[in-house]
Write a protein that binds this ligand. Sequence first.
Ligand code: FPP
Length: 257
Amino acid sequence: MLTMNVKQSLIELPSDLQQQSIPNHVAVIMDGNGRWAKRRGFPRIVGHQKGVDALKNLLRCCDDWGIQSLTAYAFSTENWGRPTNEVEFLMTLFERVLRRELAQMMAEDVQIRFVGDLTGLPESLQKEIAYSMEKTSNNKGIKFNIATNYGGRQEILHACRVIANQVKQGKIDINDIDDRLFENNLYTHGLTSPDLLIRTSGEMRLSNFLLWQMAYGEIYVTDTFWPDFNRQEFHQALLSYQKRDRRFGKLNQENGK
Ligand code: FPP
């Protein structure tokens, strides 16, 4: 039935999207959960719960449309500054969702990876993370990366420290430090840089997300709050992406611009 699945995924790609220019890696800043809940008179945590559903739907959609990697910003190093009950709720939510969804992720061949300083997370969550990463490590489907206790600046500093230490120990020469070596020391090592970053709820900033990796990534911002982000919204984001002229600092080969 594998052929059926492949065919089905091709059929499901909207006809106005070009298969050959589908991004390889999509990243997402899932903003607006709290405001979504507040507008409906719910506590903020309801927004986070709904946000999990939106993320699951996006993961499935990425998989259906041939995207190879999805990276979601679930918890930043700055998010510790939120009220304790919200932080605790989020930590418990991550753990609960991981436990609940693991069988499904296995069935769908998803490879789960957490990126960030995982040592700063509650121990029970660290265990759940280690288990899900190890269990899905040989899966060959979409790479699902969850940035948790993640900060772009912290990631860069961490890489600097590791590399400086290697120089100090004489393991590498200072002239060996190049893009590749640096990237190999980021939390995201082994992943390609995102082609497209989507941010919901209208803010136009990176908020310390994938600072190195987004050097040439395209950014798409929608006013929609994260819990309402769906297949139609994602379709719009991809249409916008496919209209971009990605030059990576060079000239366009056709018109010299
Ligand atoms: C930002 O909205 C959202 C977060 C800080 C949390 C996002 C986490 C999830 C959707 C859960 C993901 C779960 C797993 C297991 C990966 P906000 O609270 O900043 O919204 P606001 O700007 O309206 O206040």
